[in-house]
Design a protein around this ligand. Structure first.
Ligand code: SIN
Length: 540
């Protein structure tokens, strides 16, 4: 088995991963391992932008307040304030790396700020509706130029390697991870003094999602198998407006469209959002997604519509070039007709318990971006706060790691060769495919926007059985990327269900008909799942 050595192993190549790699490269050798190509992740798809206080009329206080209100009492105010305060400096850093945010009428001194739900004013820096893509281009260009950074595309992480799992005495420590090198179909180890999990979210746990195919919760599942606490997983954000089209794979229609006056209407052409909340189509996402769900159920409709036809075609094509062109490619001209939309799973507010600098309970393991739960988002994330959190936390982490004594002199612990036991190549890919669909359908039907005890219990029973089957399959057959992802979505799905069952109230993104009110007396402030490591034993 090949073992690659580095000082810092970064798993994932979105904003959190690339920013970590760029910053860490001045402290040592960095290997960035990603399971697909560089541009296949969620950051590249981010349309809305990054929330940051830049307008002299705006204030840190106001951004903090909006974040706390949207988070429904579960944000950590200290974390929110630190991230919001750090934002302007980190935005300047992004600009110095080559990101050019849109300016108002070409004026160099004032940004063209977008408005999104939950923000009391325009605050979102953007590059048209291709903000994430612009960021990815700038950061990859920079990271590729750095001699200390090596990229390993098509390397799918299987599990973290810890000294505890190797049976070594002393405090448990992460020393790297096993990977499936998909280009050669072989298993490798990457050994590192510090490992950074920046693998993004887990939208693919649900049948309908705005996320790309790779969002299978790998980092959360691996950290859970290594015994780390996983927090607040019941808070899955459903984005209210994804394109409803059989071939569009839930293409996102940015909230910024509603920010520019787009109105939600039903099949009878009635603007319905104000019936549910006085803030109408720009109420926070949990409220709007539930309103759409209710409207579709009441009327027996398969979608609702987003109408921005009151704006000129020039405005729409200029402000939303990507959405405009994509809708047209699917036969919808948003300048002339309302866009058919449905909610879809979008963002995990929960994740691996981590501090604002990525520090975790396991020495040598750091987590940032959507994989982490820092306390920034609470029970519901404020729009465009996620790129901000990833940016700030990755920078903080690099600063903290850079200040630690170098790890090069540390004893190099041998990572045992991967052994497959009696596993054989699978001749039953159909089983993986079937179970993939079953996990995702079960999560969509029973653990979606509106939950009940009964539905959660049903989901739990199914997932427990499926996970047993998947475990057996993992033992019997040689690993494939599909199988590894299935193992991860099933594990993360079960964490979401268990967390949802533990919360005996409705709050933010977790809404249950059995406990429709918020009730802080009978429910934990946070749900925290921590299980004994066990499922990460390779086969020998
Ligand atoms: C959007 O553009 O609507 C997504 C922004 C976000 O999720 O923060």
């Amino acid at each position: 088995m090949t073992t690659v050595d580095c000082d810092y192993l970064v798993i994932g190549s979105g904003l959190a991963g690339l920013m970590s790699a760029i910053r860490l490269s001045s402290h040592g050798r960095v290997t960035v391992a990603m399971k697909c190509g560089l541009y296949d992740g969620n950051t590249d798809r981010a349309q809305g932008g990054i929330a940051c206080v830049t307008d002299p009329e705006d204030s840190v206080e106001s951004h903090v307040r909006d974040t706390l209100e949207t988070g429904n009492g579960l944000c950590d105010e200290r974390v929110v304030r630190a991230i919001v305060e750090a934002a302007p400096d980190r935005i300047r850093e992004l600009e110095s790396l080559g990101v050019h945010f849109d300016r108002r009428n070409g004026d160099r001194d004032s940004y063209d700020l977008g408005r999104e739900a939950g923000h009391s004013r325009r605050r979102v820096l953007h590059v048209g509706d291709l903000t994430g893509h612009e960021i990815m281009q700038a950061l990859t260009a920079r990271a590729r130029d750095l001699p200390g950074v090596t990229f390993l595309p098509h390397h799918m992480a299987i599990d973290l390697v810890t000294t505890g799992w190797l049976g070594r005495p002393g405090p448990n420590r992460c020393i790297g991870a096993y990977f499936l090198d998909r280009t050669r179909n072989e298993i490798k180890a990457i050994r590192a003094t510090h490992t950074v999990l920046a693998t993004g979210g887990a939208g693919k746990v649900y049948l309908y999602t705005s996320n790309p195919d790779l969002a299978t919760g790998d980092g959360m599942a691996m950290a859970h198998r290594a015994g780390l606490p996983i927090k607040n997983m019941e808070f899955v954000q459903f984005h209210p407006t994804c394109l409803y089209h059989p071939e569009a794979k839930s293409f996102l229609i940015s909230e910024a469209v509603r920010g520019e006056g787009g109105e939600l209407i039903n099949s009878a052409g009635e603007a319905f959002a104000k019936k549910y909340d006085e803030r109408g189509s720009l109420a926070p996402r949990d409220v709007v997604a539930r309103a759409i769900d209710q409207e579709m159920k009441t009327r027996g409709d398969r979608c609702v519509y987003l109408d921005i036809t009151h704006k000129s075609e020039d405005f729409i094509a200029g402000r939303f070039p990507h959405i405009h062109a994509t809708c047209r490619a699917y036969g919808v001209d948003m300048a002339k007709e309302p866009i058919p939309v449905v909610p879809a799973a979008h963002y995990c507010c929960g994740g691996v318990e981590a501090e604002i600098d990525g520090h975790t309970a396991l020495e040598g393991l750091w987590v940032c971006g959507e994989t982490a739960c820092t306390g920034m988002h609470g029970a519901n994330r404020l729009a465009s706060n996620s790129l901000l959190e990833a940016l700030v936390c990755a920078g903080n982490m690099a600063e903290r790691l850079g200040a630690l004594p170098g790890g090069r002199d540390r004893e190099k612990i041998e990572i045992p060769a991967w052994r497959s036991g009696h596993a054989v190549p699978s001749d039953e890919a159909v089983v993986v495919e079937h179970n993939w669909n079953e996990v995702r359908t079960c999560m969509w039907d029973y653990v979606g926007i509106v939950r009940t005890n009964k539905r959660l219990e049903r989901a739990k029973r199914r997932l427990v059985n499926l996970r047993q089957e998947i475990r057996q399959y993992y033992r019997d057959y040689l690993v494939t990327a599909d199988m590894l992802e299935l193992r991860n979505i099933a594990e993360v799905g079960e964490l979401i269900v268990r967390s949802a069952m533990a919360r005996k109230e409705s709050r933010g993104l977790h809404y249950t008909l059995d406990y429709p009110e918020s009730d802080s007396r009978h429910t934990p402030q946070e749900t925290r799942m921590v299980d004994t490591p066990g499922d990460n034993t390779p086969l020998w």
